[in-house]
Design a protein around this ligand. Sequence first.
Ligand SMILES: [Zn+2]
Length: 92
Amino acid sequence: MIIKENGVWTYPSGRVRRKGAALEQLRRQCWLQHNETCQNCGERVYYTARFAGDPLAYDMAHIKSRGAGGSDTLENVRCLCHSCHMQEHSGH
Ligand SMILES: [Zn+2]
């Protein structure tokens, strides 16, 4: 059974998925926790709720991808600039 509470879905496996405002809240927490700084290149990134596509726009990156069963939790996300996030994906 999946427990759904305020946009946070918790699966029996312990996996956590967030939707809508709950996901956006996590994005903001991640950004603040890492001092608004890209964890890869150290550049300051600006927060935007919308996808900006700008190299220095903040991107929340999953450590273990959602597709691989990763959770939407602070422990499983990193604060990256859009540029580093794209490089990470192109390297795979
Ligand atoms: Zn970066």
